[in-house]
Design a protein around this ligand. Structure first.
Ligand code: ZN
Length: 181
């Protein structure tokens, strides 16, 4: 019993981004919450097939204003949405963090407070390469009017496309054996 341990002490007590309830704007987009008019639905979180919590999400989308109202722990919290058009049609939505006012793709729910990862002071237990290049993307966007998130989306598409390209064969080309009669 016990064993030497993996060195991850306090794993269960520390609140990390992974074990927090969260909502990300891309999922809401996929679930059609950002269609004109909006949508009103209860979303449930689960782990291992068991429900661990739920949140009521009501969006209100028109040309001028986009908001998202969360009903969480008997409280109603209104979060403003921000969007940009990435160029290939449609809109990409972000939450405006109610605490810091920054544009964030993911909001976390902790003790009835809805805020971004930084405002909740959450860390990632596992190193998450999704965030690895963020400072580079910010730098690339710094002299343009393009939001850095758009650079990130663009670069990700490029990287994904590059991965799909056939790999160059490794090593020396194989000698073709010729039979000598
Ligand atoms: Zn924040």
């Amino acid at each position: 019993m016990g064993g030497s341990g993996s060195g991850r002490r306090g794993y269960l007590t520390k609140t990390t981004a992974e074990n927090c309830h969260k909502v990300d704007a891309n999922s809401l987009a996929r679930w059609e919450f950002f269609k004109p008019g909006g949508r009103n639905e209860v979303t449930r979180w689960s782990r291992g097939g068991n429900e661990t919590g739920s949140v009521g999400i009501r969006t209100s989308i028109d040309n001028k204003r986009a908001i998202c109202v969360f009903q969480y722990n008997c409280k109603e919290i209104t979060v403003n949405l921000s969007w940009f058009s990435p160029g290939y049609g449609g809109r990409r939505y972000f939450f405006i963090c109610p605490e810091c006012g920054k544009r964030m793709r993911t909001l976390f729910f902790k003790k009835s407070k809805i805020a971004c990862r930084l405002c909740h002071n959450l860390t990632y237990e596992s190193s998450n390469h999704n965030y690895y290049f963020d400072s580079a993307y910010k730098w690339m966007a710094s002299n343009t009017k393009i939001p850095w998130e758009a650079v990130k989306v663009y670069m990700r598409l490029k990287m994904r496309a590059a991965k799909k390209e056939p790999k160059r064969p490794r090593g020396r080309p194989r000698k073709v054996r010729t039979e000598v009669a």
